[in-house]
Ligand binder design. Structure first.
Ligand code: UT7
Length: 326
């Protein structure tokens, strides 16, 4: 078996910033409520002409450049998203077109907020078996397009952006050491978008009932999230033969600062070993982990040989984790 590692990363945040103060003018909420309940202060919102594929392509271009590769070197593109440009074709195909990649395999992966780590896990397998040389994994979201801007319990939480990673064969100690994936459809009603699929195809009624927007039972989701994120993180450490004290940086899904703090406690990690950027970006679903990773690399917060743990959970519910030696 070969070894795989993350060769290059990139991220892109749309220019427009929507602050909690801005939201106070849109729904019955307050900066104090949003900050204290979620940790979010502001989020980025895509311009009207931007889509999940254009955001994803920008992040992907940077990841390919940072990996010192050319678009033609990419063998496979996996895009993790719950807000694709269209139901089909897949957003990965649209990203390939923007980047002028004409020969690669392309598909989308829908595991909600855990999608990027699911993609990383797949890329790891493709590289380890020698099937492909360079796999591009993109997490990209334009959640404002499926957000109900009349629902204060959800609209204050989400943001938009994209992150990407190129996974390639490793000839050094850098490697994706282990990944763990999980999910349970019993929790499907906690976080979902009811209409637009085969169960409730679009009709006048589905539009009238606001069924084409994200629905969430925040409190119940919170509880499952803390349990599953902690379990996933501990499981991947065990699988990679690591101890809690080996972790140099935990990059958790950015859904709520209180969830992150509880997971941090369960892993006995000090503040400087847990990456938090939720105050700036909100919850960008499949994009939170690759955005946080790429930003940490850009800010030199990660050095060669560091042990990183990625962990996420989301609609499904799904959960996933990865242990990476940088
Ligand atoms: O990425 C995928 C996974 N998503 C998550 O992990 C999200 C998990 N859940 C959460 O982060 C939290 O549950 C929320 C931030 C969504 C909500 O926090 P909470 O402490 O669970 O609040 P709550 O839902 O229990 O609501 C408390 C109160 C309610 O009022 P009453 O019934 O107590 O009078 C809500 O109506 O806060 C009210 N409320 C708001 N008030 C001001 C709900 N949304 C808002 C709002 N502004 N935006």
């Amino acid at each position: 078996m070969k070894k795989a590692y993350i060769k290059g990363v990139g991220f892109y945040m749309p220019e427009k910033i929507l602050t909690n103060k801005d939201l106070e003018k849109m729904v019955d909420t307050s900066d104090e409520w949003i900050t204290s309940r979620s940790g979010i202060k502001e989020r980025h919102i895509a311009a009207p002409q931007e889509t999940t594929s254009t955001l994803g392509a920008r992040a992907a271009k940077l990841a390919i450049e940072n990996a010192h590769l050319k678009p033609k070197d990419i063998d496979l593109i996996i895009t993790a998203t719950i807000s694709p440009d269209m139901v089909f074709p897949c957003t990965a195909a649209l990203i390939a077109d923007i980047l002028d990649i004409r020969h690669a395999g392309v598909f989308d992966l829908e595991a909600a907020c855990s999608g990027f780590i699911y993609g990383l896990s797949l890329a790891n397998q493709y590289i380890k078996t020698g099937e492909y040389k360079n796999v591009l994994v993109v997490g990209s979201e334009t959640l404002s397009r499926i957000t109900d801007w009349q629902d204060r319990s959800t609209c204050v939480l989400f943001g938009e952006g994209a992150g990407a990673a190129v996974v390639s064969e490793s000839h050094t100690e850098s490697e994706i050491m282990a990944t763990c994936l999980g999910g349970d459809g019993v929790y499907r009603d906690l976080l979902y978008m009811p209409a637009g699929g085969s169960l409730y195809p679009a009709t006048e009624e589905t539009v009238k009932k606001r069924m084409h927007y994200i629905k969430m039972e925040g409190n119940a989701t919170f509880k499952v999230a803390v349990t599953k994120l902690s379990e996933a993180s501990l499981n991947v450490l065990k699988k990679a033969n690591l101890k809690k004290s080996d972790v140099d940086l935990l990059i958790p899904h950015q859904a709520n600062i209180r969830i992150i703090k509880m997971v941090q406690k369960n892993l006995d990690l000090p503040d400087d070993k847990v990456l938090v950027n939720i105050h700036k970006y909100g919850n960008t679903s499949a994009a939170t982990v690759p955005i946080a990773l790429a930003e940490a690399v850009q800010e030199h917060k990660i050095k060669r040989g560091d042990i990183l743990v990625f962990a996420a959970f989301g609609g499904g519910m799904t959960w996933a984790s990865a242990a990476v030696k940088w």
